[in-house]
Design a protein around this ligand. Structure first.
Ligand SMILES: Cc1cc2nc3c(=O)[nH]c(=O)nc-3n(C[C@H](O)[C@H](O)[C@H](O)COP(=O)(O)OP(=O)(O)OC[C@H]3O[C@@H](n4cnc5c(N)ncnc54)[C@H](O)[C@@H]3O)c2cc1C
Length: 385
């Protein structure tokens, strides 16, 4: 009799695809259900490090990720009129960050994971989860088109506005902490003429920041982050209007950017928030990724933790010899401290990165100025690698 265990994975983002890959490695049969009609393209820039980098090595995707890594880039900090405040060279930024990390587009991470699983895992698009039932022997998922699927385990990798979480634990508002800012990320069709290639150009004024990063031909990513006490009102206006209202008084390249945004959709437009849950699993259903521990984006770690957690979930399930609730308990007990620590760092960074006053702007820049200064570079050269 076959003992292959089956898992339903809801969501084909980084968390869902990494989990599918890891479950295949331990001999499970995962089936991925994704609400979108096709795999997402586009994205924003993310930094893969820590547990995510280590897990990528074990998941055998590090070589492919490295091929898409766009390396370090110069940092250029400008005033609202575009005049230079200060800059840092790529090699100093790289030295500051150390090794064992990668700079990637989110869509590239998803593409690498997708390519790794597509031939071994059933991935169904246009499949929106609506309901879950579970008992001691298994879990059943109901999808919008009426499909009913049964499995030993269900993984809710369905992102920050997770349906699985709401079915398991209750409405999002109970667990979401808004951090008083909005984030809009988008891809640009062309680099504004005055900006350098392979450079991250950053503008910050009180309560508002804007960054543009070019990583090669036709690949330019932009990010706006601004202070607000009413994210719901910002969301209701939509990204183009909200950004026009907030940034419309600025000059330099900003009018051109706002104009282009009027004709395109932000890849991401949402409140800077975090999700804090006391537990991530119930019997045979578990949350993994933003659904469980949405991080402030200034933690720079949500994707990294999702990949690391997927890897560790596979290990816990393989070691538990069939006792799924026990495996989930072991897995989440070990991971909670890491998630809480990174959320703390993200909250602190968010306060620093969106300066509340000109004084806070100076404070914000100080660590980068010091770490990439000529004396720091000289000191690094003297120290052993
Ligand atoms: C601007 C920005 C910068 C970031 N920078 C970094 C960084 O530097 N480093 C880092 O590690 N992380 C970073 N992150 C965080 C990282 O991108 C996320 O943590 C990660 O992509 C989350 O992946 P996920 O799979 O959990 O969720 P998602 O990517 O949201 O995927 C969830 C999937 O589930 C699907 N879905 C939703 N509901 C249903 C349903 N009912 N039925 C079926 N499917 C459903 C969705 O369509 C989606 O495809 C950043 C995030 C942002 C926004």
């Amino acid at each position: 009799m076959s003992t292959t265990r089956k898992a339903i994975i809801v969501g084909a983002g980084i968390a869902g695809l990494a989990t599918a890959l890891r479950l295949r490695q331990i001999g499970w049969e995962p089936v991925v259900f994704e609400r979108a009609p096709a795999r997402r393209t586009g994205g924003y820039v993310l930094h893969l490090s820590g547990l995510g980098y280590e897990a990528a090595e074990r998941l055998n995707i590090l070589t492919e990720l490295r091929q898409r890594h766009f390396g370090a880039f110069d940092l250029v900090f400008v005033k609202p009129d575009g005049r230079l405040r200060f800059s840092a060279r790529a090699r100093d930024v790289e030295a500051m960050l150390g090794g064992r990390n990668l700079n990637l587009l989110r869509s590239d991470v998803e593409a690498v994971l997708y390519d790794a699983v597509r031939d071994q895992v059933d991935i169904r698009f246009d499949a929106e989860l609506q309901d879950i039932e579970q008992d001691a022997t298994g879990v059943r998922a109901v999808f919008a088109d009426g499909t009913v699927e049964s499995a030993d385990l269900l993984i809710g990798a369905d992102g920050r506005h997770s349906k699985v979480r709401s079915l398991l634990f209750g409405p999002e508002e109970t667990f979401r902490r808004d951090l008083n800012h909005m984030v809009a990320a988008f891809m640009l069709d062309r680099l504004p003429e005055t900006l350098g290639e392979r450079v991250f150009t950053s503008l910050a004024t009180t309560g508002r920041t804007l960054g543009i990063l070019n990583i090669g031909p036709d690949r330019t990513a932009g990010i706006f982050a601004y202070h607000t006490t009413d994210p719901a009102a910002e969301l209701a206006r939509g990204s183009a209007q909200a950004l026009a209202d907030r940034y419309g008084d600025l000059g330099w390249i900003v009018p051109d950017l706002l104009d282009r945004l009027r004709h395109s959709q932000a890849v991401h437009f949402d409140s800077g928030s975090e999700i804090v849950l006391g537990q991530w699993s119930k019997q045979r259903v578990v949350l993994l990724g933003d659904s469980a521990w949405l991080m402030p984006i200034y933690a720079g770690y949500g994707a990294s933790l999702a990949i690391g957690a997927a890897d560790r979930l596979g290990t816990a399930l393989a070691e538990a010899q069939g006792d799924i609730p026990a495996a989930l308990h072991v897995w989440e007990t070990a991971l909670h401290p890491e998630a809480r620590k990174k959320q703390r760092i993200g909250r602190r960074n968010a306060r620093v990165q969106i300066p509340r006053s000109p004084f806070h702007l100076v404070l914000r820049d100080l660590p980068v100025r010091i770490a990439t200064s000529a004396p720091a570079a000289r000191l690094r050269r003297l120290l052993p690698a």
